[in-house]
Each structure stands twice: as structure tokens, then as C-alpha cells.
Design a protein around this ligand. Sequence first.
Ligand code: DOR
Ligand code: ZN
Ligand code: ZN
Length: 411
Amino acid sequence: RVLDAEGNVLVPGIVDCHIHNREPGLEYKEDWESATRAAAAGGVTTVVGMPNTDPVIDRPEHLELKFERGEASAHVDFQSYAVVTSENLDLIPAIDETGALGFKIFLGSTVGDVPPPNDGEILEAMERIGKTGKRLGFHEENGEIIDHYTKRFTAEGRNEPIDHSHSRPVIAEREAVERMITFAEETDAKIHMFHVSSGSAAEAVARGKDRGVDVTAETTPHYLWFTEDVMREKGNVARVQPPIRDAEERATLWDVGIDQDTIDCIATDHAPHTPAEKKVDDPFGNTWDAISGFVGLETEVPAMLTFVDQGRLTLEEWVRRHSTRPAQVWGMYPQKGSLQVGTDADFTIVDPDREWTLADRTELHSKNCVTPFEGETFTGKAIATVVRGDIVAEDGAVVGESGYGTRVDID
Ligand code: DOR
Ligand code: ZN
Ligand code: ZN
């Protein structure tokens, strides 16, 4: 089979280390099959699933179940994080041996309500995970600050989508980043900040890196693309944790995060919810009930290529952050994130000039496709996705088989 790539660009397979594939237990939102179908269509060859499923991935049996389900139905290669809570510190070595890619702590409350460990337990988790050689990532928002502002805003009767974002202020993110960096400095742990949304948090990461702490960081296309104005325009559809910030924070995120190279990875935080959960019929209604998160697997490559087209970063700088570095940060390199010549190669072919408007979310392949990128126009699109030498998607159509994808074995 010969792929005609003339006029297009072949890059190492795109690696998305932050998706909520929702299986096991939340298959009404998404499952391994539908998430990796979207990945293939979007040009993504490797995905890593988050542990806020049902059951949560907090013990070896649950991780094994998640892996089994993935082996049975994935279209692209995959991995999974395990969560650390107050209850499972003793299980860290066993979870490591079961093959988790890394660990995650949800600071504060988030979707799925995984209770955060306290500060002492976090220090202990860092020590124990340090012994495994793996990395610990954070949902980096201080829950006490969020709870306080949520109560205050609710009491004040505020009920705009924008209020809901402001009840998770930048300080909640910056403080959590700084505290976890301090803890890592003490314990020598390798840590990661998922979905950095603000320039202030990126600056905190930069200060940690300057002090020699092994802290890596990620941001998503939506924090680089939108400002909080999207809450006024699209309402709850754009609700996400952490929230989309103001223009000044976004400018600093670009400056410190991207231009000064503080942000190591681009990932989506692909987080499908049903249209009813997202309140699409009443996007400006009761914002305190609407759920956070939206899909991203099919808009991340187009969004990043659009930034390349706009001269915001080079093609190489994009590929480094969306393939090579994520693979390196999570220990999958050079198996993933490199262009190995041979029959086992993962690569994505992109047309950097292709204009595409996501006119209707039903064009996407997830089970639930609500996204604030609906209606946006992009320059650049993936036109072929190749996993271990096999074409899994061509021109947006998934041609590979469910079950072809396999767990990335890092041991
Ligand atoms: O907006 C979010 N949605 N943020 C998270 O941290 C979790 C995610 C989800 O699982 O829906
Ligand atoms: Zn998160
Ligand atoms: Zn997430």
C-alpha cells in the first residue's frame, strides 16, 4: 500500500498523554473504542487515559481491567495513569508492576470526585513513586480556594458561566503548582503539571525548573486558542477545569510557556460528556450544575497547525511538544515520539494548508462531541495516521480495526 504524501508533511506519530477515555464504567460518555477512533481520525497514534473512571484506577485489578478493555477495542496504542488517594499509598509498588505509565493526583475536587490526599500523604506518595522511577502528575488546582469562592459566588447569587470560571481563580492553580514544586524539591520526585491554563502557573513552573526541580508541564490547545470571552459567547459548552483564562494570562502562557519553552507537552484533556450533561440546550442557564470538560482529539492537530500557519511556533517546535517530549516525559521514547524507519513506525501525515471548519460537532467520532471548537476554522489537518506500520485512518475516515491498538509496554 503506497500513501501519496506529496505536498504534505510526515511527522512522528502524535502522542496525547491526557485523555479521559471513560472506560471502565462511564461508557455512556465514551469508551476505548470511540476515544481511539477519534484519535485515529485526528492524527493521534498514542493516547494515555486518565484514572477518573468507575471504578477509579487506584489498584492493580482496576488497571488490569482498563488495559484488557483497551486491548479488546482500541484503534491506536494506549496507556493509563493510576490515581493516588489517601487510601492506596501502599499499593504504589504493585500498581507500578502492573505497568501504569505514571501516577496522578487530583488536587481539589474535579469531575468524578476523586478525594485528594492531604499534604503529608502527597509527600509520602512522592517518596514512594520516586522509588519506582515513574512520574507523578497533578490536576493542579487548590480545592480549598475553589470551594471558598464557589460558596461565596453562590451566596451572592452569581450565575453566569463566567462566574463559574472565576470561582476557580488563577491563584488556585499557581499556589498548587508552587506547593507541589516545593514538595518535589524536598523529595526529589519527578512531577508533572497537567493542563496548565494560565501564564502565572507557567511562570511558577519556570521558577521550579530554574531551581533544578524535575518538573514538566503540559498545556492544551484550548488555553492557547480561546480567552475567557468564550464563556460569554458559548456558555457552559466551554466550561472546563481549570477554566479558560483572560487575554493577559493567555499572552503570558504563550510567552513563558511556549516562546520561553517552559511547557513540555501539548495534550487535549479530551473529556467527553453528554450534550445533556453539558447543558447544550441551555448554555447560559444554571451554570453551577453544568459539567466541565469537552472533547479535543480531532481538533488538537488542526489547532496546533493553525498556530504554525500563523507563525506562532514552527512545525518542529510543535512536533517536539506533541510527540517527542510527551513520549520522553512519560518514558515511552523512542518506542513512541520518534520517526523510526522500518515497518514498525508510528507517523502522522499532515496537510499544513488544508482549510477546515468544524461546521457541526457530529462530524467528530467520539460518542459525545460537545466542544467549543465547533464553528471554528483551522488551517492544517491530519490526512493519514499510521500505527506500527498500519494505516489506521485516512482523510478523516477510520480504516483500521478495533482491537489493533495495544498497550505501550515501558518495562
Ligand atoms: O474539565 C475537566 N474535565 N477537568 C478535569 O480535570 C476532569 C475532566 C473530566 O473528567 O471530565
Ligand atoms: Zn485535571
Ligand atoms: Zn483531564
